[in-house]
Design a protein around this ligand. Structure first.
Ligand code: ADP
Ligand code: BMX
Ligand code: ZN
Length: 289
């Protein structure tokens, strides 16, 4: 059965048709509108899925935010242009007339990446370093979503009590430092106003400040991973998101993690499904696998 899979991130929206063997076709992408009002997101989603929806039998959504009873509740509204709430399942159900399931993006990606491990491990954690920092935990072969959908929101654990204010309202969250937005927000002088993608490119061309900002992110992520290892003794941590998958980033994180006492070390891998982990995880959950 064909699933229309949709991934809603703070920076981009993606959609594709996914068959029951997890093959993707007709993948489309467009920027996420930065608007406080739900109408802009609804219109963007409608345009994104219009060419695909006639070919699908159900909809599966992986979305940034806490997903509770099919609705998106932003933990960090700054990542969505100030949008606080969006009725995801209801909107996509109304637009397509199809049964619709919604799950947090990092939780969905964790599920896809757990499947890609092919039974090698029962305990794993997925972390996306993207617009924000998201997480998904698989414990003894089960995906943790929590009673209210908050499980795995690792980006909102404490990295530095003297660090920047996070959009979630806490001070010094991992996300406020390590995410694409966190990297960009700390840029000064010649780099002020640049996004994380540009900062990575400047670092490759020898810019010292750009390089320091990327190291600060990687060091913060490594400390988070050591905390995660201490919390649930996972056998591997899979990293995704455009910052997480950027050339050289995983190696930097691994270097910083190796500087922690060895009990906190854990194998790191880049996401097998790269930028499609969220789409595929949502499709897998919708088909009941
Ligand atoms: P989303 O958060 O919508 O899922 P991404 O995973 O693409 O989207 O993450 C967006 C963040 O990644 C932005 O901060 C952007 O600047 C940054 N980014 C995008 N492409 C790259 C790249 N090639 N290298 C480093 N950072 C990137
Ligand atoms: C934020 C939070 C998480 C999400 C993570 C990664 C919001 C809107 N999102 O921590 O739910 O999983 O960002 O999201 O509160 P992405 O947009 O970077 O993919
Ligand atoms: Zn936070």
């Amino acid at each position: 059965m064909t699933t229309l899979a949709i991934d809603i991130g703070g920076t981009k929206l993606a959609a594709a048709l996914v068959n029951s063997s997890l093959q993707i076709r007709e993948r489309r992408e467009q920027p996420t509108p930065a608007s406080k009002t739900p109408d802009a997101l609804r219109a963007a989603l409608q345009a994104l899925i219009a060419p695909l929806q006639g070919q699908a039998k159900r909809v599966a959504i992986a979305s940034t935010g806490i997903i509770r009873e099919g609705s998106l509740l932003a933990l960090n509204p700054h990542n969505l242009g100030g949008l606080l709430h969006f009725p995801l399942a209801q909107t996509l159900g109304d637009l397509t007339g199809l049964p619709t399931l919604a799950v947090n993006d990092a939780q969905a990606a964790a599920w896809a990446e757990y499947h890609a491990l092919g039974g090698e491990y029962r305990d794993m954690v997925f972390i996306t370093v993207s617009t924000g920092v998201g997480g998904g935990v698989v414990s003894d072969g089960k995906l943790l979503t929590g009673t209210g959908g908050l499980a795995g929101h690792l980006g909102h654990t404490l990295a530095d009590p003297h660090g920047p204010l996070c959009g979630c309202g806490r001070v010094g969250c991992v996300e406020a430092i390590a995410s694409g937005r966190g990297i960009a927000a700390a840029a000064e002088g010649a780099l002020a106003g640049c996004d994380a993608k540009t900062i990575f490119s400047r670092a490759r061309h020898g810019d010292d400040q750009a390089s320091r900002l990327i190291h600060r992110s990687a060091r913060t992520l490594a400390r988070l991973i050591a905390d995660v290892k201490a919390t649930n003794d996972c056998q591997c941590v899979v990293i995704g998101g455009s910052v997480g998958l950027a050339e050289g980033y995983l190696a930097l994180v691994d270097n910083y993690l190796a500087q922690e006492p060895s009990a906190f070390y854990v194998e790191l891998r880049a996401a097998h499904y790269r930028h499609d982990a969220g789409l595929l995880g949502a499709a897998l959950l919708a088909q009941g696998d």
